[in-house]
Design a protein around this ligand. Sequence first.
Ligand SMILES: [Zn+2]
Length: 328
Amino acid sequence: MTRRFLAFLFLPLLILPILLLPLLPVSDASAQGPAAPRESSKKPVVVCSTTQVADFARQVVGGRWTVKCILAPGADPHTYTPTPGDGEMVRSADLCLENGLHLEGNDWMGKIVHDAGKPLAVCAEGVPALQMAFGGEKILDPHAWFSPRNAAIYVNNVVKAISRADPSGRGEYEARARLYLQMLRTLDAWIREQVNRIPPDRRVLVTSHDAFNYFCHEYKFNPTNGFMSLAPVGWSTGSEVGAGMTPERRAEVTESIRRFGAAAVFVETSVNPKLIREIAQEAGVRVGGALYSDSMGEAGSAGETYIGMMRENIVTIMEGLLSGGDAK
Ligand SMILES: [Zn+2]
């Protein structure tokens, strides 16, 4: 009797685990086998230094990765000082991307990525970099994305780095990149068509800092009648060699505006406009509008993507240089 009663008590204990088996989470069950892939809803994270690099990354990864960007729209990469929050963001990354060519002043991106022990890919690697010489020192101009052909090199570098980190998505990344590269070629052809309408003697682009050399280099039509870039602040708003505003550089730009008959000068969305407004007044030319230079626009603005910022810049440049004749 007692034995039969004990058996009756144990029966549910034997059956219960069998009944509960289907309720166990699949991931826990599969994690027991070493060969089974781990299922996870968490996407890998790529942390980018600049807004342009983040846009290229978004074009490539689609929804497979979470793309984060350290610089906010309108922020200046040359003089940026990272915050503890940036360090935290980088520690959450599976991969980090930067522009390179010293755009990130004092290597701020390289330092925080190194401290966090994360992989870093340089998007400008392999671009035909323009050189500037200052007092015996050669500086490579970091603003390479202003040529859509260089932007294509950035995108290919993003595809390589992302595919290395996630080889199973390579086909998807390459497919997206193929479409985007076609869009960059269309952008390039459209810019050529637009700037061809500017008479050679009006191809003078005066901005706060020298971010437009690649643009001017790309869209010149012959060696003597190319776009000329003039900027009182030099190649960087920081304090590197050949950078920063000097009274000599400022005087030279004011003089050149008069000599070359610039129709208008342009402020930049990521640089304080005060200096360029003063120079416009001194030289007697008008301010033609604001150009996106080292940063794209806010989300929802016309310049929120690389293609959008290039399109808006061309529209602003055309308007400024073609309708500014009376101010010469
Ligand atoms: Zn710059």
